[in-house]
Design a protein around this ligand. Sequence first.
Ligand code: CA
Length: 220
Amino acid sequence: MSTRSLGLSDAVYDYLLQHSLREPELLTVLREETASHPRHAMQISPEQGQLMGLLVELIGARRAIEVGVFTGYSALRVALSLPPDGRLLACDVSDEYTQIARRYFAAAGVAEKVELVIAPAAETLAARLAAGEAGSYDFAFIDADKPGYDTYYEACLELLRPGGLVVIDNVLWEGQVADPTDQEASTLAIRALNQKIHRDARVTQSMLPVGDGLTLARKR
Ligand code: CA
């Protein structure tokens, strides 16, 4: 996990932030609050958040999904980039972490846009599919438990419209995916999904060395 893009020197990373990052003040405050959290490495990097906001705008997303909210940095980025009538289905299992997220959604004036569901995301997404919502979402961000990634990818792909975008976090897993001696369950799960998406004819895809590795997959 990484709260900044992999492989850049400090000087180049600082330059990148100084010359491209536009971070609303509330997001800066949230990032600083989360930095003192014991699991702070779960937070995405600010340049990744900005890219996600741009992607949401680029595809004109109105309905979005997030699997793995944590303290809400990426959800808030996405919610701020959605149009006023946009909606984000935010899935997480932790009431404790998402209390922080709720506080920031309210402070940013986007609480109405975010439907936070505290339950296993596989169940939440399956319920939406059962309710006939297949093909009705524009954007999905997957950033939760890695053994669940394949299930989340399949469900999100079904929920997206053709031309919708699924974004998957931690696909380089601090480089551990490229270390064949690493046989940890999370590493195996990410490796398997990376391999699958590479060959997946249902999507147009690209793996970016942004943050901890980010795959973009556009549903055909
Ligand atoms: Ca992550």
